[in-house]
Design a binder for this molecule. Structure first.
Ligand code: ACO
Length: 327
């Protein structure tokens, strides 16, 4: 089996920023409530760019960072809850945009755990030798599926994309990836598409793609699953939290991360947080965080980090990574 490592990262968020103050002009909320209940101060909201546009920009930046040409990519996976269209896959649009003509490209749907699932799938392709170099992207324009009249959800989400290039190499960069689903709880976080309306059924076509969520249950699930995922991946690989430089949780809510820190009796500085600037960007959040850490030189070759995702599905997963990019 081959070893697999991350060789470059990229990210992109729409230039337009929406503050909590602007949010309070839309729904009955306040900066104070949003900050104290979530830690979010602002989010980026697209003004016309679609998910593939964000994904393409993040992808090009990751390729540049990795010093890899698009034609040398042989696998593209886009994780998204908000793809451009039913068909084609957003990954195929990205492939066309960047000219990665040798790649197989497809999308996956695993909500906020999408980047971890994509990493897991790509790693399997690379480990077996079927593919050599993959571009994995988490990209969302959630603003097009947010219910802008629902203060329980619309304050949480933002638009953005993050990407990583991973390739077969000699170093054991991606040490372990674990991913799982709990389909019994599928209805805790949903976004419908279209009703079954056809020539044999009656009724009017109602396109009702709006995010709906049981916030309290998701909160509970998130705290429990982050703690158990971290415990499991550490034990399986004979590490303790002391061996880990940073834990990068899906950036949903600062209070979720705070609960996890307390539960694990961990050093809070070990938990990377940038949700104050982006809000919850679902499948993109971990990838955006990883790129920020890379570009701000928080990571040195040899550092071990844990990525942890959770989200609709329900889905969850974690990855233990040794950083292999030298400054
Ligand atoms: N502004 C002001 N008040 C609000 C707002 C708002 N935006 N939203 C709710 N409230 C009010 C409620 O109406 C309620 O008022 P009441 O007591 O008079 O009835 C009060 O605040 C408390 O509301 P709750 O919904 O009970 O608040 P809760 O403690 O559950 O916090 C929150 C809500 C922040 C959404 C929390 O449940 C949460 O963060 N859950 C996790 C959600 C999450 O992270 N989802 C994404 C993960 S999966 C994925 O990323 C796709």
């Amino acid at each position: 089996m081959n070893e697999v490592q991350i060789i470059g990262t990229g990210s992109y968020a729409p230039l337009n920023i929406m503050t909590n103050q602007q949010m309070s002009e839309l729904v009955d909320t306040s900066d104070e409530w949003i900050v104290s209940m979530t830690g979010i101060k602002q989010r980026h909201i697209s003004q016309g760019e679609n998910t593939s546009d964000l994904a393409t920009k993040a992808a090009l930046e990751a390729l540049k960072d990795a010093n890899v040409k698009p034609e040398d990519i042989d696998l593209i996976i886009v994780a998204s809850t908000s793809p451009d269209q039913f068909v084609p896959a957003t990954a195929c649009i990205v492939q066309g945009n960047i000219g990665a003509d040798s790649a197989m490209a497809f999308d996956i749907s695993a909500a906020c755990t999408g980047f971890i699932f994509a990493l897991n799938i790509a790693m399997q392709f690379l480990k077996t030798g079927d593919r050599k170099r993959a571009l994995i992207i988490g990209a969302e324009v959630l603003s097009k599926i947010v219910d802008w009249t629902d203060r329980n959800t619309c304050i949480l989400f933002g638009d953005g994309a993050g990407a990583a290039v991973i390739e077969v190499g000699t170093k054991r960069g991606i040490i372990s990836v674990d991913s799982a689903s709990e389909g019994k709880k599928f209805d805790l976080l949903t976004c419908p598409t279209v009703d079954v309306i056809n020539t044999f059924s009656r009724g009017k076509v109602d396109f009702k793609a709006k995010i709906d969520m049981d916030g309290k249950e998701i909160f509970r699930f998130a705290v429990n699953i982050i703690v158990s995922s971290i415990d499991k991946i550490l034990k399986e690989n004979n590490y303790t939290l002391d061996d880990i430089k940073y834990v990068v949780c899906h950036q949903a809510n600062f209070r979720i991360i705070d609960f996890v820190v307390k539960r694990l009796k961990a050093d809070k500085d070990k938990f990377f947080v940038n949700l104050d600037k982006y809000g919850n960007t679902s499948a993109a959040s971990i990838a955006i965080a990883l790129d920020e850490m890379n570009k701000t030189n928080l990571l040195n070759a040899g550092d071990k980090i844990i990525l942890v995702g959770f989200g609709g599905g329900l889905t969850y997963g974690a990855s233990l990574i040794e950083w292999t990019i030298s400054k």
